[in-house]
Design a protein around this ligand. Structure first.
Ligand SMILES: Nc1nc2c(ncn2[C@@H]2O[C@H](COP(=O)(O)OP(=O)(O)OP(=O)(O)O)[C@@H](O)[C@H]2O)c(=O)[nH]1
Ligand SMILES: [Zn+2]
Length: 294
């Protein structure tokens, strides 16, 4: 009888049928046990696995722990939080994109942190505006400068012990952030104008970067498909956390557009819900409706 000692690790990279598993302070190159393939289970980055060593640097994955969640395209499992990264300026924030990303995050049960970068280039009052915009959402808002390093410690605190996906437009400063948290990565940082010329992200493939002990960042946009597919128009309001206390409208099927007795509209009129967030809700609602008619 052969006893195999199984070790626990996390897949940090997947490439051509090989899975790179972080274990202790090593990366073990693993294949997946044939049985997993037979059961149609494909390991993905972020999976917590049990593997047996076949040499000091290679192994075979035997089991995969149940996933907390799994994002697709690119596939990443067990994400704890979404960290939106938008620059205060150059480029200016696209607020509808911000709201769309927070909705996708909530749909996937991810915590949300909003990092506003390049605060060295703007008046600090801007952060008050952002805080006001996201009032009562429960989202953490962190102003960061990759030049003066202001705010970086607060972000590091948020990343501790978690798997985080950084999402945001090209040029917002995601690579700069990762490099500042852990200079060993030296991710390519290009100027915003160089990025627009290239017209695509510098960051392309998917892996988990261990930016601090046991704290991982996914270096892809996180949600490559930003369309709100598989959404029901009646569930959208739930993904705007500040709407939740006001959802007891006269009609249970209220979509908070023009219905009589709508508490959400009243809350907007009374200044209890931010009107910009409400407008994003209406825009995304329209989009879901169009998607479902196709
Ligand atoms: N002044 C200032 N410039 C910044 C800051 N963060 C990033 N930049 C600059 O903005 C540009 C883009 O930064 P990147 O870190 O490459 O942006 P990115 O989000 O990784 O972009 P992609 O890789 O295309 O997704 C670079 O020229 C950075 O030097 C900041 O906090 N302040
Ligand atoms: Zn309503």
């Amino acid at each position: 009888m052969v006893f195999i000692v199984l070790n626990q690790g996390i897949i940090v990279k997947a490439l051509s049928g090989f899975y790179y598993v972080k274990w202790q302070d090593k990366i073990i190159e693993c294949r997946a046990r044939g049985k997993l393939k037979k059961d149609n289970i494909k390991p993905v980055v972020g999976d917590k696995v049990e593997f047996g060593l076949i040499s000091p640097t290679t192994g075979v994955i035997e089991t995969i722990q149940e996933r907390k969640n799994c994002l697709i395209r690119p596939s990443v499992a067990n994400i704890d939080q979404l960290c939106l990264t938008f620059s205060a300026i150059d480029p200016l924030p696209d607020y509808l994109l911000m709201d769309r990303l927070t909705v996708l995050a909530r749909k996937n049960s991810l915590e949300v942190t909003i990092c506003i970068t390049k605060i060295d280039l703007i008046d600090k009052g801007f952060l008050d505006y952002i805080s006001q915009r996201f009032k009562d959402t429960g989202y953490t808002i962190i102003g960061i400068s990759n030049k003066t390093l202001e705010g970086l410690d607060k972000l590091k605190e948020k990343l501790k012990g978690k798997i985080t996906t950084l999402s945001g437009p090209s040029g917002a400063g995601k690579s700069s952030l990762i490099n500042n948290i852990n200079p060993q990565f030296k991710l390519a940082v290009a100027s915003v104008s160089e990025k627009t010329k290239r017209g695509k992200h510098t960051t392309t493939f998917c892996q988990l970067l261990e930016v601090m002990e046991n704290s991982f960042v996914v270096d892809t946009p996180g949600f490559t498909s930003l369309e709100l597919t598989d959404f029901d128009i009646y569930e959208l309001d739930k993904y705007f956390p500040e709407f939740i206390p006001y959802l007891n409208c006269r009609f249970t099927s209220c979509l908070h557009q023009k219905e009589e007795g709508c508490n959400i509209k009243t809350a907007v009129e009374k200044g209890l819900i931010n009107p910009e967030r409400y407008n994003s809700y209406l825009a995304l609602l329209e989009e879901i409706r169009e998607n479902s008619q196709e």
